[in-house]
Design a protein around this ligand. Structure first.
Ligand code: HEM
Length: 536
């Protein structure tokens, strides 16, 4: 399918583009710099088609900045960015323009259109310019790192980080250390559960799972256990977790506020402080580990050992780049896996048949509560389906970005100049009822081929649950996709399977339904408390 889409996108590019020349861009920023006339060579297939006039961004429907402000601040969509995607899609169709502070956005919310943008993203795709992140890095003289860096420089860093992070075989090297972190998680949940007044409830599960995420990524990076899941949580861990929260909360706000407001309002100062804390903790851990490595005779590189050892021994990153890469990997590893796991458990607790089925699968592959190996995880399709379904309902990255700087982009009958900022509406796409039957329901079985409720005479209706591949891209796609995908999946699969071996999970008595909210990422709007009852 992806090949087909690629061909379709290439076909669209081959069309001769006839755009009306406008003296002044109808939509500020849309036509600047590049010529509005886009002529492309007439190659064979396109020549047969009638000449088509391509429209410009100015012809897209969309709300004014004033209307957006109204939605964000008066109607309360500021913390419900995911629902704003759906609302605007209903109102304007699958592609519309909007403004977010200084950013002019072209929103795309159908998988077909998202695929077209991604397929034209070029060699060095950029998600979004993060001027405030960049400014902070400049202020402190730090390297830019993956999120801020672009072009061949970004690619160089990725090519160092990728090999040991994204190849399944390489990532399975980290399985034993992740298993030991899961041991700690189980012990920690057992302690909390026993200590609670009813002897079962673990309050604010996501908070515990943050520590699991942090310990997991740190164990992989540093080959050292920090003890985040112990009784006494290291102060640096708390500092880091608080700083992640502050930075993510302030990031969207700081970028909207004019510079002059920084002397009057506390936000920029707090944003800088949060980054100082994040970077400071990472730098300290790297330095500690380096001192340990230097003290160990015979441990002089070769890329053996854990991730940091590998990064340092590759010699392709400067020290400053190692610091910022480690900061970013730790940042990526905390909120993402923890919230996804919390939602998965939240739904399993409310869906007894789903939980039974998952437990039965884990028990049959790993009898006697033996911890699963990575090969055994591969034989647990329902486990993987539960995580997928959770990410479909709650994509932590609910909206992604693409700023295509190398070429112009054609999406359906629209032409966009270089440097157009696209907003890829992951949430709207994965909740689209044209793609997913009963999109608001938690139905892990939709990911298992051939299972469908509309089976006829005992035979499943093939394709009942089929969807466009780009309607579900929680980790992004292409060369800029999530670098932590494999590790995140391994962590979530190991933790969830082992939790299922040990506990029956129940909702708190009388607990309300919990909606997600947006705080840069999509997270639960209130703490998820669950009861953990040991399995007989
Ligand atoms: C449930 C777990 C996770 C989800 C859903 C997720 C999702 C994403 C998404 C959607 C992107 C943007 C990709 C794109 O633009 O195409 C991204 C980027 C990134 N993620 Fe993750 N992520 C997860 C876990 C992690 C973990 C555990 C780490 C760290 C080990 C991590 C590190 C990163 C980094 C460093 C980037 C930036 C990559 C670049 O710009 O080149 N993520 N993630």
């Amino acid at each position: 399918t992806m090949g087909g889409c690629r061909a379709a996108a290439a076909g669209a590019l081959r069309l001769t583009a006839f755009c009306t020349r406008t003296q002044r861009p109808l939509w500020p920023g849309a036509g600047t710099g590049a010529s509005v006339w886009a002529r492309r060579s007439l190659s064979e297939p396109a020549a047969l088609e009638p000449r088509r006039r391509l429209k410009t961004a100015a012809e897209l429907p969309g709300p004014s900045w004033f209307t957006t402000l109204y939605w964000l601040f008066i109607r309360g969509y500021g913390a419900r960015g995911h629902l704003l995607q759906c609302l605007q899609k209903r109102r304007y169709g699958p592609m519309w323009r909007s403004r977010f502070g200084p950013f002019q956005l072209v929103n795309v919310a159908s998988p077909r259109l998202i695929a077209q943008v991604i397929q034209q993203e070029g060699r060095y795709p950029v998600r979004v310019e993060l001027p405030h992140w960049k400014e902070y890095r400049d202020l402190r003289g730090q390297a830019y790192g993956l999120h801020v860096e672009s072009g061949p420089e970004w690619h160089r860093i990725r090519s160092v980080l990728n090999p040991k992070m994204l190849r399944p075989r390489e990532v399975s090297v980290f399985a034993p250390v992740v298993q030991s972190v899961v041991d700690d998680l189980l012990a920690r949940l057992e302690l909390l559960r026993r200590r609670s007044p009813d002897g079962a409830t673990v309050p604010d599960l996501a908070a515990e799972l943050y520590k699991f995420g942090f310990e997991g990524i740190s164990a992989v990076l540093f080959e050292t256990r920090l003890g985040c899941l112990q009784e006494e949580i290291p102060t640096d861990t708390l500092r880091f977790i608080t700083a992640v929260n502050d930075m993510l909360t302030l990031s969207d706000l700081v970028v909207l506020l004019p510079r002059w407001s920084r002397r009057l309002l506390p936000f920029w100062r707090r944003f800088v402080q949060a980054w100082d804390d994040l970077y400071g903790v990472a730098q300290k851990l790297v330095d500690q580990r380096m001192a340990e490595l230097a003290a160990q005779p015979g441990n002089g590189g070769g890329g053996e050992g854990m991730y940091l050892t590998y990064l340092l021994s590759s010699d392709r990153l400067s020290r400053a780049e190692v610091y910022i890469s480690v900061t970013e990997l730790m940042l990526g590893g905390v909120d993402t896996t923890s919230n996804t796991l919390s939602w998965a458990l939240y739904h399993l607790a409310r869906d007894r048949p789903a939980q039974n089925r998952l437990q039965a699968e884990v028990d049959s592959v790993c009898p006697d509560r033996r911890p699963p190996s990575t090969q055994q995880l591969g034989r647990m399709p329902y486990l993987r389906a539960v995580i997928k379904e959770t990410l479909r309902l709650y994509p932590v990255v609910h909206g992604n970005g693409r700023l295509v700087s190398e070429n112009e982009v054609v999406v359906d009958e629209f032409w966009f100049p270089k440097k157009t900022q696209f907003h890829l509406c992951h949430y709207a796409a994965s909740h689209d009822e044209e793609e997913f039957v009963a999109p608001e329901e938690f139905l892990p079985q939709r990911w298992l081929q051939l299972e469908s409720p509309s089976s006829h005479c005992g035979r499943a209706t093939p394709g009942f649950y089929r969807h466009h591949p780009y309607s579900f891209i929680p980790f992004g796609v292409g060369v800029r996709a999530c670098v932590g995908k494999r590790l995140a999946e391994m962590e979530m699969h190991l933790a969830l399977s082992r939790l299922m071996q040990h506990y029956n999970v129940h909702p708190e008595v009388g607990s309300p339904l919990i909606e997600p909210k947006t705080r840069t990422l999509l997270i639960p709007s209130r703490p998820i408390n669950l009861r953990f009852l040991p399995r007989a």
